[in-house]
Design a protein around this ligand. Structure first.
Ligand code: UD1
Ligand code: UDP
Length: 363
């Protein structure tokens, strides 16, 4: 029986593929797990495989790339060789990174269908490399697993060729599966200096590679009316160091900078914070999980997750310092009751996706 190849290249892909890997194993569907090495630090890759109790990847690429083009091309070349050798029935990719586009294109060139998990998201912001990656991936995929009806509508508007299924987002499955374990195992709160805090993350290229925006973020965190816990992405650390701002930020009594934390620790931080301030995509979704339910300020000009805004969890506040500070103050004053249901599903997305795969390929 041919296998399903599950591809992950970055931190969020490992997290969102974990429930699918679990469902494939539960149903005895043969699987090949590939880590394509876009993220390579322990705390951006292996830590998640351990935290989520995943099997070790069957193949791991070492791509050492310094430009997006070379990174994408090297992943494609590695995938091409692997697909020739293993000839799977389907290649599953998740999200909008360079790894996703590279793996989907490589499958297409080998005549093997790609299945795109989290298909149909659109920010309509063409400054974002992710917007290009997700559009292109949707158009070369044979199977499109849209998380919501809105994502499905986006795909239909663009007349994609593949079959569309609405399944929910596997991030909700991941939160439900891991928060109870996280609450027992994580010791992160012992290390946090503040009782009440905002949880912040920032890594989007169009934000942290723009010095003006980077300064706005750091200024807003330093002046926030509630102290900030800030697990820092390596891209952002590199930019702060290049601009001689990192040491200055560490001195701020209002901001506790952490290295990127593991998934269990991050879930506990989300559960305990007053609010989340982020430019992340996945965190906007996680905040809507019934066991988390946290307000999110999206420090970006757009979101491809308008469902989180419509459901009352998220607000897009832009990237100016004063607007971010005003947003934080409003959340602290309003203390809005948040919905007990998530627009991204009820935690069964992975089971639905694997059931579809079984029907399409194995029955
Ligand atoms: C990538 C994705 C982004 C996703 C994010 C998840 C693309 C275009 N971007 O952004 O959509 O939200 O991953 O976190 O695919 N670095 C390290 N160690 C690592 C990984 C990265 O030091 O393990 C540093 C390197 O300097 C690297 C830089 O971060 O050049 C950027 O990494 P890259 O994978 O290109 O993009 P991300 O910003 O991580
Ligand atoms: N996350 C984590 N540790 C951190 C920061 C984020 O485990 O220090 C998790 C978070 O819970 C979410 C995912 O990483 O599931 C989001 O990844 P990221 O923000 O890097 O990428 P995006 O979702 O924006 O593509």
């Amino acid at each position: 029986m041919k296998a399903v190849t599950v591809v992950a290249g970055t931190r969020p892909e490992i997290i969102k593929m974990a429930p699918i890997i679990r469902a494939l194993r539960k149903r005895n569907v043969p699987m090949i797990f590939v880590h394509c090495g876009q993220h390579y630090d322990y705390n951006m890759s292996q830590q998640f495989i351990e935290d989520l109790e995943l099997p070790p990847p069957d193949y791991t690429f070492k791509i050492k790339a310094y430009s997006a083009g070379v990174q994408t091309a090297r992943i494609m070349m590695n995938m091409d060789e692997l697909l020739k050798k293993t000839a799977p029935s389907l290649v599953l990719v998740e999200g909008d990174t360079n790894s996703v586009l590279a793996a989907a294109l490589a499958s297409n060139k080998r005549g093997i269908p790609a299945g795109h998990v989290e298909a149909g998201l659109r920010s309509f912001d063409l400054r974002m490399p992710e917007e290009h990656n997700r559009r292109l991936t949707d158009h070369v995929s044979g199977y499109l697993f849209a998380p919501t009806a809105l994502a499905e509508a986006n795909l239909k508007k663009e007349n994609v060729w593949g079959k569309i299924f609405v399944t929910g987002n596997t991030i909700i499955d991941a939160v439900l599966q891991h928060l109870p374990i996280a609450e027992k195992k994580s010791e992160i709160l012992d290390k946090i200096h503040f009782k009440r805090f905002a949880l912040a993350t920032a890594h989007r290229a169009e934000n942290v590679d723009d010095l003006k925006v980077l300064k706005n973020f750091i200024g807003a965190f330093a002046e926030s009316p509630v102290p900030v816990v800030y697990p820092m992405h390596p891209r952002t650390k590199k930019r702060l160091r290049q601009n001689k701002m990192y040491a200055q930020l560490l001195k701020s009594g209002n901001v506790q900078v952490l290295p990127p934390v593991g998934y269990l620790d991050f879930l506990v931080l989300m559960r305990r914070c007053e609010l989340v301030v982020t430019d992340s995509g996945g965190i906007q979704e996680e905040a809507t999980a019934p066991s988390i339910r946290k307000p999110v300020l999206v420090i970006r000009l757009s979101t491809e997750r308008p469902e989180a805004v419509e459901a009352g969890f998220a607000k897009v506040v832009g990237t100016e310092k004063q607007k971010i500070l005003k947003g934080i103050e409003e959340v602290l004053v309003q203390r809005k009751e948040l919905s007990a249901t998530s627009p991204f599903g009820d935690g069964n997305a992975a089971e639905k996706i694997v059931e579809i795969i079984q029907k399409e390929f194995y029955i």
